[in-house]
Design a protein around this ligand. Structure first.
Ligand code: DSN
Length: 417
C-alpha cells in the first residue's frame, strides 16, 4: 500500500472521514488538475504537517514564547525563516501567517491605519479579494483604488498606474495578482511607489515557486514587503509567509502576533521548512522551468485551436482563456469539464461583461500537472482534449472518448509514485 493511502487510514476511529479521505485520494489521482493555484505537496511535506508538531502552543517567536517546552519548535521556526530568507534574498521573514489573506491582513495592520489608502490591482483584472475588494475586510477598512490592465494589450500599463498613483496618493501600493499571465515588473512598481512616497507590497503567492527558482524576477530589493502563500507553485503546505526589509521587521512580527493571530500552526511551519529545503534543490529549479515550458506549450496548442488567450499568451504558470466567442460561460465550462475528469476554475477576463459568478473565461495552470511529471507532449494532448470538448460538448460519443483520454493521462502519470 502506498504511504499516502496509509495517511488516510484514520480507520475505525472515524470511518466516515476515512472514506472521504480515500475518495479524495481517488479524485486527485484520477483527474487532471488545471487550477492554477493548486499543487500536490511532497510526501515529506505532508508527513511533517501531520506530525506531533500539531500538539503544542507556541505563541510568540523563537526564544520569546509564552509557553514552556518550545525548544524544538524554536529550532524548526528558525530553520523555516532562514531557508525562505535565502530563497528570496529577504532581510526578515515571518512564517506564522495561517494563509495568504492572513499575511496580507497583518501587513495592512502593521503599516497602515484604518482609513489609509491602498492602490492595488482590480479583482476583475486579476487581483485578489484581500487587495481591497469591497466584500473583504481590506475594502471595508481602507480606501482603495484599483489599477487594471490596458484594454488593447491586456497587460499592466505602468504609465497608467503612475497617473493613478499621482492622483490618488496611496499610502501603500500592492502589486501581485491571482490571475495575471504576465511578468510583474517590480522595479517599475518601486519607481512609482517612490514617486508618491507609498509603501510597496508584492503579493507573490502565485509565482512564489517561479521566483525562488529564478524563473521570474525577484521582488527584493525593489519592494518593502512580500507576502506569499506556500501551497501554490512553491509546493509546500497550505499557509502564508511575510518577508520584509529589516526596518519593518518588528512592526510586521507584532502585527502577526499578537496583532492578528494567536498560536502558530507549528506542524505547518515544520512542513514549510521542509518545502523550503525542497525549493533549494536543483531539481526544484528544473521543475519550475518545466511549469513555465508546459504553460507555453498548452497556450500555443490552445491558440492553434482557435482559442483567444488574454494578453495572447503567458510568461508564467497560468493563462486565461476567453470563451465568449465559443458561446459558453466560464461557469458552464467549469461544471462541464468536471464530467470528463478535468478540474479548472471559471475566471473573469478583463472587461468581462458577465458577473463574477458566471464569467466569460477559465483560468488554466500547469503547476499540478507538472508535479505529476507531464511535459510538452502531454500539454499538446490536454490542449487538444480541451478544444475537442468545448467544440463537441453535446456529442456523447466524443465526450466518452475524451474522458478515456483524460483517464489514460492520469494512469500514465500517477500521483506520488
Ligand atoms: N484562491 C487563490 C487562487 O485560486 O488564486 C487565491 O488565493
Amino acid at each position: 500500500m502506498k504511504w499516502f493511502r496509509k495517511l488516510g487510514q484514520v480507520g475505525i476511529v472515524d470511518t466516515k472521514v476515512t472514506k472521504l479521505i480515500k475518495s479524495e485520494i481517488k479524485r486527485q489521482e484520477n483527474t487532471i488538475e488545471l487550477i492554477a493555484s493548486e499543487n500536490f505537496a511532497s510526501p515529506a511535506v505532508m508527513q511533517a504537517q501531520s506530525s506531533v508538531m500539531t500538539n503544542k502552543y507556541a505563541e510568540g517567536y523563537p526564544g520569546k514564547r509564552y509557553y514552556g517546552g518550545c525548544e524544538y519548535y524554536d529550532e524548526v521556526e528558525n530553520i523555516a525563516r532562514d531557508r525562505i530568507k535565502g530563497l528570496y534574498n529577504a532581510e526578515h521573514a515571518n512564517v506564522q501567517p495561517h494563509s495568504g489573506t492572513q499575511a496580507n491582513f497583518a501587513v495592512y495592520f502593521a503599516m497602515l491605519d484604518v482609513g489609509d489608502k491602498i492602490l492595488s490591482m482590480d479583482l476583475s483584472h486579476g487581483g485578489h479579494l484581500s487587495h481591497g475588494s469591497h466584500v473583504n475586510f481590506s475594502g471595508r477598512n481602507y480606501k482603495v483604488h484599483f489599477y487594471g490592465v490596458d484594454k488593447l494589450t491586456e497587460k499592466i500599463d505602468y504609465d497608467e498606474v503612475m497617473k493613478i498613483a499621482k492622483w490618488f496618493k496611496p499610502d501603500m501600493i500592492v502589486c501581485g495578482a491571482s490571475a495575471y499571465p504576465r511578468t510583474i515588473d517590480f522595479e517599475e512598481f518601486a519607481y512609482i511607489a517612490d514617486k508618491v512616497n507609498a509603501y510597496l507590497m508584492a503579493d507573490v503567492a502565485h509565482i512564489a515557486g517561479l521566483i525562488a527558482a529564478g524563473e521570474h524576477p525577484q521582488p527584493f530589493p525593489h519592494v518593502d514587503i512580500v507576502t506569499t502563500t506556500t501551497q501554490k507553485t512553491l509546493r509546500g503546505p497550505r499557509g502564508g509567509v511575510i518577508m520584509c526589509k529589516e526596518e519593518y521587521a518588528k512592526k510586521i512580527d507584532k502585527a502577526v502576533f499578537p496583532g492578528t493571530q494567536g498560536g502558530p500552526l507549528m506542524n505547518t511551519i515544520a512542513a514549510k521548512a521542509v518545502a523550503f529545503k525542497e525549493a533549494e534543490k536543483p531539481s526544484f529549479k528544473k521543475y519550475q522551468q518545466q511549469i513555465v515550458k508546459n504553460a507555453k506549450a498548452l497556450a500555443e496548442e490552445l491558440i492553434v485551436n482557435d482559442f483567444r488567450l488574454v494578453s495572447r499568451g503567458t510568461d508564467n504558470h497560468l493563462m486565461l482563456v476567453d470563451l465568449k466567442d465559443k458561446g459558453i460561460t466560464g461557469k458552464h465550462a467549469q461544471i462541464a469539464f468536471e464530467e470528463i475528469g478535468i478540474t479548472l476554475n471559471k475566471n473573469a477576463i478583463p472587461f468581462d461583461t458577465e458577473p463574477p459568478w458566471i464569467t466569460s473565461g477559465v483560468r488554466l495552470g500547469t503547476p499540478a500537472i507538472t508535479t505529476r511529471g507531464m511535459k510538452e507532449p502531454q500539454m499538446k494532448e490536454i490542449g487538444k482534449i480541451f478544444s475537442a470538448f468545448v467544440k463537441n460538448e453535446k456529442d456523447q460519443k466524443i465526450k466518452e472518448h475524451l474522458k478515456k483520454r483524460v483517464a489514460g493521462l492520469c494512469k500514465k502519470f500517477p500521483l506520488y509514485y
